[in-house]
Ligand binder design. Structure first.
Ligand SMILES: [Zn+2]
Ligand SMILES: [Zn+2]
Length: 311
């Protein structure tokens, strides 16, 4: 991933872009005549670093070559720049950086599937082939209700609280991906009630190297407690659909049902061995230990007193 893409991804994730903006603001905002000699040193470093970053970015895009020249000039020679030079450099950087962010936001789209950045003229994601949305990063941060242009990566409009287009689109994409997983479940595992207990970020994967073909369904819940409740709820759904604890070690963590002589098994015992808010449920066609008709052996009549008297 190039620096340009990285900057954009960071801008979308928000935190890093804010950190960069803060760093630049700190370097740019103080009036030069208030900067003590020590601060000038630090600011010069910040200018050099930012200029380097802008140079690389310009290389990556080829679109800000002029700006890069200005930044290169701004980074200047190694010795201490004069106050006037610093002021000029700060001024140039200020407009450069602000201009860059806006320019990038208007010319970049983010893939709703893989999250990679692509230039605005692309219709399909170069990384994963997904159809790209029409909206650029800037469009995605522009409020549909009040029209305010928010910073890229913002979820809710800072002017009116409306959910922003990029956030709406991301939620739609996530919901579609989950729906596709549940559809695949219904096709591949028709005898197992499809998950209906909430969450997002779902996956259904075939576990490699197992004796019995075993599928793992995983789903992200908001909190570990919500995850526990969702799994409990799914056990209820299973039992309502005729699944039961069976065999030698009956437990509601392993529920079984025979469908046309085939044993269906849902394992929720190992749900939380990964993340506490990301349960993994295992589905396969194995028999319960000891079989469906397992009966506990009757306790043998002990010898004891009665045995001694009547034996
Ligand atoms: Zn993609
Ligand atoms: Zn708004």
């Amino acid at each position: 991933m190039g620096l340009f893409d990285k900057l954009m991804k960071d801008a979308v994730s928000g935190a890093v872009s804010n950190a960069v903006s803060e760093a630049v603001k700190k370097a740019v905002q103080p009036k030069a005549d208030e900067i003590a000699a020590n601060a000038v040193h630090q600011a010069a470093d910040a200018v050099t670093q930012t200029a380097n970053a802008l140079n690389q970015t310009a290389d990556a895009t080829g679109q800000t070559a002029e700006s890069a020249e200005a930044a290169k000039a701004a980074s200047g020679p190694a010795e201490m720049p004069s106050k006037e030079e610093m002021q000029a450099a700060f001024g140039a950087l200020n407009s450069l950086f602000g201009g860059f962010v806006q320019h990038a936001a208007e010319n970049v789209k983010i893939c709703p599937k893989c999250g990679e950045a692509a230039s605005a003229d692309k219709d399909f994601c170069p990384s994963c082939g997904e159809k790209l949305p029409d909206m650029t990063v800037a469009d995605g941060a522009k409020c549909a209700k009040c029209g305010r242009q928010n910073e890229p990566g913002t979820r809710f409009c800072s002017g009116c609280g409306e959910k922003l287009p990029a956030a709406v689109l991301a939620e739609q994409a996530a919901a579609e991906a989950d729906a596709a997983v549940l559809k695949a479940w219904a096709e591949k595992l028709p005898d197992f009630p499809v998950w209906s207990c909430g969450g997002s970020g779902m996956g259904l994967d075939l576990i490699p190297d197992t004796d019995t073909e075993t599928w793992c369904f995983s789903v992200r819940l908001v909190t570990p407690v919500a995850a526990q409740n969702a799994v409990k709820q799914y056990r209820q759904v299973l039992m309502q659909n005729g699944f039961k604890p069976e065999g030698q070690y009956p437990s509601d963590e392993h529920l079984y049902k025979r469908v046309n002589g085939v044993s269906c098994h849902v394992d929720t015992e190992h749900c939380f061995e990964g993340d506490a808010d990301y349960p993994s449920i295992y589905l396969n066609h194995s028999q319960p230990n000891g079989g469906y008709d397992y009966k506990k052996p009757e306790k043998k009549q002990s010898g004891g007193l009665l045995g001694a008297l009547f034996g």
